[in-house]
Write a protein that binds this ligand. Structure first.
Ligand code: NAD
Length: 299
């Protein structure tokens, strides 16, 4: 396969996300102009010092500001109590300048994650993790949709157009990726299989798929010979592994990219695939939340 053929198979999530972010920024400018300076506001709460979370939150805040929105960041200590975190969420629910609230996961062990997420006003739940939003999504109603699956769906529709009737296999059944991804693909009339750690003969299940979404968290677990020729592969995984250079690390996905690209019709790379879409969708959800909270038309 020559390099042009390889390039054509790569789904450029980074480029797509840049386009989405600039469309959101344009809409924010128009909203401010037409509605007396109305500015979408995103509040991010981070508890503790998890290094990966710190990087995500920094990026989220930077891109929020770049999109012309207001970013509010709340850093809380590792030993924050359930009551204090709950109080912060309720305070932000009542704050008119805040249209979106995101509590960065994972949370320390003393915190009941479900109680915190379900305390967020569903209208401000831009991560789409609240039971009201997951319930609305599951029943085909207008919801705040989780950012990562939403980003995956946008890439799939951009590449494939109509997804109706396609066989989709999702690997991973988490509440933040696998399950909402399944609901979205079902709504697009795919035949959806959710596979997981107890699935028997996973390679065989994956071989049936026109669409594979891997959200496992195991470096390069999905091999090239699991992929049906021509299938579209979306790799959500972010796994840090040792790099060739002593002491350094690099990030790889859940799919063995070099093998899979030889067989797949299209595939997202890691990095520069699904990752950038997550923040772009978060910004879009914040804009949508702001519009809805102000009685304006939003998708
Ligand atoms: P999770 O740990 O909550 O869920 C992993 C899922 O994989 C589970 O449902 C489990 O059943 C399944 N699984 C584990 N081992 C398996 C195996 N051997 N065979 C088949 N299934 C197996 O993870 P998550 O939060 O859904 O994240 C999955 C991956 O996606 C991680 O690498 C995470 O870092 C990444 N992620 C990326 C983004 C992004 O923005 N790109 C967002 C969220 C998560």
């Amino acid at each position: 396969m020559n390099s042009t053929e390889i390039d054509n198979r790569i789904i450029d999530g980074k480029g797509f996300a840049e386009g989405l972010r600039s469309r959101v920024a344009e809409e924010v400018t128009a909203l401010k102009a037409s509605h007396n300076g109305l500015t979408p506001g995103l509040a991010v709460i981070i508890v503790g010092e998890d290094p990966a979370s710190q990087i995500y939150v920094r990026n989220k805040n930077k891109q929020t500001i770049e999109a012309g929105m207001a970013g509010f960041e709340f850093k809380m200590p590792e030993d924050t109590s359930q009551a204090d975190l709950l109080k912060k969420v309720l305070e932000l629910n009542a704050d008119d300048k805040v249209h979106g609230i995101l509590v960065q996961l994972p949370l320390p062990d003393q915190i009941d994650e479900h109680e915190i997420i379900n305390a967020i006003d569903p209208a401000k739940d831009v991560d789409g993790f609240h039971v009201v939003n997951s319930g609305l999504l599951a029943t085909g109603q207008k919801a705040m949709v989780s950012c990562t699956p939403l980003g995956c769906l946008m890439l799939l529709k951009d590449r494939l157009g109509d997804l109706s009737g396609l066989d989709a296999v999702i690997i991973g059944r988490s509440n933040i990726v696998g399950k909402p991804m399944a609901a979205l693909l079902l709504a697009e009339s795919c035949t959806v299989t959710i596979s997981h750690s107890r699935t028997r003969d996973l390679p065989d299940v994956v071989r049936r798929a026109d669409i594979v979404v891997a959200a496992v968290g195991r470096a390069e677990m999905v091999r090239g010979d699991w992929i049906k020729p021509g299938a579209t592969v979306i790799d959500v995984g972010i796994n840090r592994v040792p790099a060739a250079e002593e002491g350094k690390t690099r990030v790889v996905g859940d799919v063995a990219f070099a093998e899979a690209i030889e067989v797949a019709g299209a595939i997202t790379p890691v990095p520069k695939g699904v990752g950038p879409m997550t923040i772009a969708c978060l910004l879009q959800n914040t804009l949508t939340a702001c519009k809805r909270q102000n009685g304006l038309e939003a998708d």
